[in-house]
Every structure is written in structure tokens, then in C-alpha cells.
Design a protein around this ligand. Sequence first.
Ligand code: PNS
Length: 167
Amino acid sequence: MNTCEMRCVYPGSFDPLTNGHLDVIERAARLFDEVVVAVAENELKNPLFSVEERVGMLREVLTPYPSVSVAGFDGLLVNFVRSVDAQVVVRGLRAVSDFEFEFQMALMNRKLDDGVETIFMMPREEFSYLSSRIIKEIARLGGALEEFVPPVIVQALQTRLQSGSRP
Ligand code: PNS
């Protein structure tokens, strides 16, 4: 990579991706030469979709963004950031309630690797109430999802919840 180019990592569980995540990705893509969306395995969170499924869905949704790539990761985030030769972690902040955990995580990541900087970006206000957990609840209860997630994700949620199977 050219030394002047800036690459960031946008990590998360993305179980599933919401329009709020997409908004942060678009904002990061305007600031950085390259954005690597890093999908955490996070088995402890008992995800609805496997990491391979989440990576596949994100790749499909993010096809129109040539500077954005998607990868799964396990283990420490700072190690992944180093492995893709990035310098910055981007996280979204929806509300003050997100701040405490995000602040703790950013400081711990800095302690683990002082060369990795965390920056926060605010998604559009109308997405501030969105979360993957709430999306899954609406999906389970049969509510309309089209306003909140891309069509690929609506389809995947409906298929997964109708079949009742887990990865
Ligand atoms: O979308 P999420 O679930 O809020 O994302 C959290 C994530 C995946 C960014 C965080 O759990 C993470 O970085 N996990 C990797 C493990 C790690 O590095 N832990 C130490 C950082 S405090």
C-alpha cells in the first residue's frame, strides 16, 4: 500500500447489518482510502447467522462500494487491524448510552496496541434507535423490516426465522 493511503477497520458482530451500520460504512468510505469491514466470530453472543453467512451478506450489500472489503476475524481486534496493515478503528456512536462501553474498548485497544487509533462516527439521527438485537426481535415477531435493513438482510432474516434453523 502507498504510505500516504489510509486504511481503516470497521469491526462489529453485524448479526445482522442494519442501515445504521451502512451509514457509518458510507461515512468511513468518504474519509478513508480503504475500509475493511471486520466481522467478529463472537460465538459467545450466540449469533443468528454464522460468520461466513454474515460476511457473505455484507459482501453482497457492499458490492457498490469499491473501496470497501469484508473479512471475518477471530481473536483480538488489534491483531486483525495490524494484519491488514490498517491504522484506525472506526466505531459508530448512536447515543450517550453507547459511550461507556465504547470508551472502555477504545482505551483497552490502545493499551494493547498504542499504534491503533479509534475514532467514532455518528450515524444519521433516524438510525440512532436501530440495533441488530432490536431488528432480530422485530423479525421474530413478524414486523416490517424494510425501513431498517437492506433487502438482502430482510430476505435472510425471513428465511432463517421461517426455517427455525440456526447455523
Ligand atoms: O457489534 P459489536 O458486537 O458491538 O462489536 C464488538 C466487537 C466485535 C468490535 C468487539 O467485541 C471486539 O473487538 N471483539 C474482538 C475481541 C477483542 O479484541 N477484545 C478486546 C477489545 S476490548
